[in-house]
Design a protein around this ligand. Structure first.
Ligand code: GDP
Length: 299
């Protein structure tokens, strides 16, 4: 995660802390380098511009330049700027699942890791929060995807079950059946795993919007593949135009050495990142913590 960016920033910061006094020019030069490092990490240009402007405003003041350890001060300002960029310390990362049956709708492109992420979050809710969870796949065009969710549910113990597959039902009918089954079965949380497509199309959006209307999800999470960089950000932006999303999950963070999607997501979409996918296994899920991620980026 963020390896390339961490290396680059480390080099820039060494240059700042390696000497005692700093002039305004030194700080501006370092900020120019940070700007390039962020762009190379594939952070969206408007996000980089805004970030650098905010950091600059705080970092080139007399107070910093004249302080005993100006280099350290600049690093602290960059750190705080990253925490803000990632949604702040109090980012709303907790899932709202207190009103049983609480519906969590999962959306995203095919291959983004949506089904795996559904199982990962279900595992977490069942094991840590002792919730009884029902998983329902609405991906009627891909029987293999429906089967995959059922197989994953079987791996997750008695507290997680999948809605039996009934051939020939439409997604909206399955959503209604899932809600009914959850009420009767005393489930705390129902996941609706919506259809994934290879690209965003009108039909997909209309279908997902209809399901959101019927099921009134407490959480609607968009799953996006961090490895696709700015495409992931654009996907999230477009989904959010049509669906009442409440948060984001970025998958394949374990393979993403750049981190541009993670750093751009919040600023571009205004949505909190709730989880990071960190591996193929079902425990490869981190609750998102802006401070921890910022700390990791700075090494
Ligand atoms: P879907 O089509 O969006 O439902 O995608 P899947 O859940 O089937 O995932 C596609 C592939 O990505 C599978 O091989 C998953 O094991 C893998 N995958 C999902 N999340 C992660 C992750 O966070 N890290 C890694 N390395 N692989 C992941």
């Amino acid at each position: 995660m963020f390896d390339a960016l961490t290396d680059r920033l480390g080099g820039i910061f060494d240059g700042l802390t390696g000497r005692g006094a700093l002039s305004e020019k030194d700080v501006s030069a370092a900020l120019r380098e940070i700007r390039v490092a962020l762009l190379e990490a594939d952070v969206a240009l408007p996000v980089v511009k805004d970030f650098i402007a905010k950091v600059k405003e705080r970092a080139v003041g007399e107070e910093v330049i004249r302080s005993v350890k100006p280099g350290q001060q600049v690093i602290k300002i960059v750190h705080d700027g990253l925490v803000d960029l990632l949604g702040g310390e109090d980012a709303e990362t907790r899932l709202r699942v207190d009103n049983p049956p609480s519906v969590i709708m999962m959306a995203g492109l095919q291959g983004s890791g949506k089904t795996t992420t559904t199982a990962k979050i279900a595992k977490r809710l069942s094991e840590r929060d002792k919730k009884k969870v029902l998983l329902a796949s609405l991906d009627v065009r891909r029987p293999a995807a429906m089967e995959q969710l059922a197989v994953l549910a079987d791996q997750l113990g008695a507290n997680v079950t999948s809605l039996p597959i009934v051939q020939g039902q439409m997604p909206a009918e399955i959503a209604r059946r899932a809600l009914q089954a959850a009420k009767l079965g005393g489930h705390d949380v129902v996941f609706l795993d919506t259809a994934g497509r290879t690209s965003i199309d009108e039909q997909m959006m209309a279908e997902a919007a209809e399901i959101a209307k019927i099921a009134q999800p407490k959480e609607s999470l968009l799953v996006a593949d961090a490895l696709t960089g700015q495409d992931a950000v654009e996907t999230a932006r477009r989904f959010h135009e049509r669906l009442p999303l409440t948060g984001l999950v970025l998958t394949r963070m374990d393979g993403d050495g750049r981190g541009g999607a993670a750093l751009s997501m919040r600023a571009v979409t205004g949505l909190p990142i709730k989880f990071l996918g960190t591996g193929e296994k079902l425990d490869g899920l981190d609750a998102f913590d802006a401070k921890r991620v910022a700390g990791r980026i700075l090494g």
